[in-house]
Every structure is written in C-alpha cells, then in structure tokens.
Ligand binder design. Structure first.
Ligand SMILES: [Fe+2]
Ligand SMILES: [Fe+2]
Length: 253
C-alpha cells in the first residue's frame, strides 16, 4: 500500500489518517463534480480573490512529499500524498468555478511565489507550522464565502473545500505534536508564541489583501482576523500539548 520503503513507526497513528483520506477520496469520486455548465455569478472582487487562492491551492506538493519521506514514517508519507491530492483538487475545483464564471486563471502571484520559496528553505516541522497558518486562514476564508455568497454553485464549491480544510488542521496537529515533543520543554512556549504571531501576521496579510472580497460577502476584515486568532489559539495549544492520539477538530459549526 505504501510506496515508501522506510520503516513505519508502529502506532504513529497515521494509518487512521490514510484510511480517512482514502475514504474521502472514494466519497469524492462517488458524489462527482457539481454541474459546471450552469455558470456562476460572482462579484468581480470575489473573482480576483479566488484567482489568487486558486494559485495558492496549486502549491508545492513535491517539496512537502520529499520532506515527509525523510521523516521515515511510511504511513505519514502515504497520508501526505493523499493530503497533497486534496489540495490539488481544490485548485482544480476553483479553476472550474472560475471557468464557469468566465474568468481566466492567474499564471502565478507574487505572494504565492514568496510563500513557496520560503517553505522550500524550511524543515518539515517549520514547513508544517507555516502550512498550518494557511489552513487556518483557508478555513475562515472559505467559510466566509460559503455563508456569504448567493450563487449556489459557488456555495457548493467553497463548502466542499471548507470540509477538507477543516480536516487538514487536526492532520497537521497530529504531526506537529510529535515534532513539538522534540523541542526542549523550556523552548516550547516560545515556539508556540512565535507560531501564534506568524498566524496573526498571515491572517492580517490575507485580511488586507482580500478585504474587498470579504466585504462583498459581509465578512469584515476585523471579524475575519478575530476568528482566525481564536482558532489559532486553540490549535497552538493542541500542537504544544503532550503527545497523544485523540485529535478532534477544534471547530464545530
Ligand atoms: Fe486547500
Ligand atoms: Fe488544506
């Protein structure tokens, strides 16, 4: 089942994640794509915002997969591959949605190029910490769009992506909890604080850059920032908590 020849850590807990990602993949194939042919009506500021998110979703999977392989846990490597597939599927869904709106895709965006370049320089733990910020921002962004857009196709697509992004958070928490266990106990609070500041900076950047789109779906920048900050506090505490297997999504609703 796993291509990686490295020895799996017994009981690392990622077999359950492989099963969960595979079940999700089967469900995705079962429900099939929404009907794109009906077209979609989106405010111009939302189109511009989705074009940037589409580039971000089409991220640097090969790099993350290589780092996951080096961690020597075959189940984790397999889970990361399935995770990357889900992110690529988000890029595909957004591309279809933008196509249905008659909008072109962007070749790239400077903020995404910086994001990818920085992540390449990092080790697995730091990369996952950066990626976690992107997941937190994505959850609040897609939720704002799903709840605030009038178009049913756009609501369907953002709702589908939101469902996956919510699952990605406990997935990364589980690996980061292991990684935090490798940091000296005295340094953990500083790592947690540094991550929290990074999360706030990331949320602020997106709130400013995508402010007009948030405004168009009646989600203010302040509310967006507050929601990401509250979620980040809970997730940061879970990452730094003593290693354990029980990981629940901290977000209901
Ligand atoms: Fe995504
Ligand atoms: Fe994600």
């Amino acid at each position: 089942m796993y291509e990686n020849g490295g020895g799996a850590m017994p009981g690392s807990g990622f077999d359950e994640w492989v099963a969960a990602f595979e079940a999700e993949k089967a469900r995705r194939e079962w429900i099939a794509d929404p009907e794109w042919g009906h077209g979609v009506e989106l405010p111009a500021v939302v189109v511009r915002s989705l074009q940037k998110f589409q580039v971000g979703e089409d991220g640097d999977g090969a790099n993350l997969r290589a780092k996951a392989d080096l961690a020597g846990d075959a189940a984790y490597s397999a889970a990361v591959r399935l995770f990357v597939d889900e992110e690529r599927n988000h890029a595909r869904l957004l591309a279809e949605l933008l196509g249905a709106a008659g909008a072109p895709l962007l070749d790239g965006h400077w903020s995404d190029r910086i994001f990818v370049r920085v992540r390449r320089l990092l080790g697995l733990r730091t990369e996952l910490m950066v990626l976690m910020v992107a997941e937190l921002v994505a959850v609040e962004y897609y939720r704002s769009l799903r709840d605030g857009l009038a178009d049913p196709l756009a609501r369907e697509v953002t709702g589908r992506i939101l469902r996956d992004e919510r699952r990605h958070i406990p997935f990364h928490v589980q690996r980061l909890r292991q990684s935090f266990g490798e940091i000296a106990p005295s340094a953990r609070p500083f790592a947690q604080l540094a991550w929290l500041l990074l999360a706030l900076a990331g949320a602020l950047f997106v709130a400013v850059d995508h402010g007009p789109a948030l405004h168009a779906v009646r989600a203010s920048r302040g509310r967006f920032l507050g929601a990401v900050a509250r979620h980040a506090r809970v997730v940061g505490a879970r990452m730094a908590a003593r290693e354990g297997r029980a990981v629940a999504d901290p977000q209901a609703g």
